[in-house]
Design a binder for this molecule. Structure first.
Ligand code: NAD
Length: 499
């Protein structure tokens, strides 16, 4: 591997006739595996269906080597001052800003999302580093005087070496959402992106090197879940796991680490988020906003955002109007203007297609969309699915229970507030929700009863990096963001000193 800058690597990948194999980034270097991988993994361009690159399925022995480098780096990194760590994060953020377009282009090619969407996510990745670069300079601790006899205070230290594992839907943004706080609080990391979208993680390794982050502080290994991810999570040399992905994988990680009580676990998992539309939200003054929010919550990033509102419930009085208007809006904005990307993989395409076939069998009505054609793996066809809007979905249907995680939304009516809350909470998940209403009292009344970690009222995807991010029920345990990330990446001890 001779490409030692982000620019050269990107143009090299682009110029190759046959797909290259991405390397791991360990101890500050792009490294070939020490042992032979059992298999190379193919990674495809979702917009064309053609082979984009290959990556190693890093075996357990190489995973352990990366962990040992992170452990070695921890001995010095954990002792650096906040100011030193802050300037490292600031440098990474600045470099990412400099390479914004390059990252956005490759993220779009690798994941299938539109370039516009990829730019938003690179900007958010930049903010992840800049936010935590300043957060650590201003954090404070709690001290109390106990009955005048003792001074008690909380002392925190970095928790150790972390496994940081992320999914394929927002690859760079979600990986940096873990890397930035992890290293800001003095921990070191072995990070593993999804095997479906490893490109931006590879480029990030080069960028970290350019930023002169000390070797071993962040190591990036590539591979699948059962081989690479499982070895990383289970290693006794890993002190904590911050994982974002599906609920079933979260369960597997919990199981694999159940006997390691000391291991910090933060699990950000799946969702099937409700979006409640009350009749007053369709007043002339707010009608357009209501439609726009509901549509983007359903179809941004092809519905491949864990926070997407894929179950819309609408108050009966405005149900017909809402269905007609959102259908017209989505047909114009996403279909006609082609602002929806391709879904991330052929496997995911087939999964979504299966749900749409189920909708036909269940006699749901397609207000928009239909069943996409079966694709032939060898024909290099992109994984394009038009947004689907379904009504008349049978109550209790899996279409309203399972996380489809694609451009598919169901719309059903409700009679009153009580029923709206009941329907919203009728799910094993509890990640996010949207409430659309103009009634101030209802905003709080309904918002506070919804079983979800994040409730947006008359908005969606608004993010403040200090607020707790995470889910209730089967959507996860633990919260991340600001001081909540500090809980994940530090250990706390209480000191009692005689006064
Ligand atoms: P996934 O669970 O299949 O994979 C996520 C990551 O875990 C990948 O890197 C994968 O290689 C790895 N992995 C798989 N099995 C593993 C194992 N046994 N041990 C360790 N690592 C393992 O999820 P996905 O299909 O990549 O992503 C989609 C899911 O992610 C959806 O359910 C979505 O809701 C969820 N998600 C949640 C959030 C959130 O913040 N709550 C954000 C984005 C996506």
């Amino acid at each position: 591997w001779t490409c030692n800058t982000v620019e050269r690597a990107a143009s090299f990948i682009g110029s190759q006739k046959s797909p290259i194999c991405l390397p791991n980034y360990v101890a500050g270097r792009l490294t070939p595996l020490q042992s032979q991988p059992m298999a190379l993994i193919d990674s495809f361009n979702p917009q064309t269906g053609s082979l984009l690159c290959k990556l190693p399925c890093t075996p357990a022995s190489d995973v352990e080597t990366a962990i040992q480098h992170a452990r070695h780096a921890f001995t010095t990194w954990s002792k650096t001052t906040r100011r030193e760590r802050s300037s490292h994060l600031r440098r990474i953020s600045d470099l990412l800003q400099e390479h914004r377009e390059l990252f956005a282009v490759w993220e779009s090619i690798d994941q299938g999302k539109t370039l516009e969407r990829a730019r938003i996510e690179v900007d958010r990745a930049i903010s992840n580093f800049s936010y935590f670069s300043t957060y650590i300079l201003h954090e404070h601790t709690t001290a109390r005087m106990v009955d005048g006899v003792a001074l008690t205070y909380e002392h925190r230290s970095p928790a150790g070496v972390f496994a940081l594992i992320s999914p394929w839907n927002m690859p760079l943004y979600l990986l940096t959402w873990k890397i930035a706080p992890c290293i800001a609080f003095g921990c070191t990391a072995v990070a593993k992106p999804s095997e479906i979208t490893s490109m931006s993680a590879y480029l990030l390794g080069l960028l970290l090197r350019k930023a002169e982050l000390p070797p071993g502080v962040v190591n990036i290994i590539l591979g699948d879940g059962p081989t690479t991810g499982a070895a990383l999570v289970a290693s006794p040399s890993v002190d904590g796991v911050s994982f974002t992905g599906g609920t079933q994988t979260g369960i597997a990680i919990r199981r694999a680490t159940a006997h390691q009580i000391r291991k910090h676990l933060s699990l950000e998992l799946g969702g099937k988020n409700p979006n409640l539309v009350f009749a007053d939200a369709m007043d002339p003054a707010t009608r357009d906003r209501t439609i726009r929010i509901a549509a983007s919550a359903a179809f941004e990033n092809q519905g491949e955002i864990c926070l997407c509102g894929s179950r819309i419930y609408v108050e009966r009085a405005v149900y017909e109007d809402f269905v007609r208007e959102i259908t017209e809006y989505v047909a114009e904005k996403y279909v006609l203007r082609k602002t929806v990307g391709a879904v991330a993989s052929l496997q995911h395409y087939d999964k979504i297609r299966g749900y749409l076939q189920m909708a036909v069998e269940e006699k749901a009505t397609f207000k928009l969309g239909g069943i996409p054609p079966a694709l032939d793996k060898d024909q290099n066809q992109g994984y394009w699915i038009n947004p689907a809007i379904l009504t008349d979905v049978a109550s209790g249907s899996v279409l309203q229970k399972d996380e489809i995680f694609g451009p598919v939304v169901t719309i059903s009516p409700f009679e009153d507030e009580e029923e709206a809350v009941r329907l919203a909470n009728d799910s094993e998940y509890g990640l996010a929700a949207v409430v659309l209403t103009n009634d101030g009292a209802r905003m709080r009344r309904v918002g506070e009863r919804i079983e979800a970690g994040m409730v947006w009222v008359n908005c969606w995807l608004v993010r403040e990096l200090g607020t707790p991010f995470g889910g209730m029920k089967n959507s996860g345990t633990g919260r991340e963001g600001g001081e909540y990330s500090r809980e994940v990446f530090t250990v706390v001890r209480t000191l009692h000193l005689p006064s």
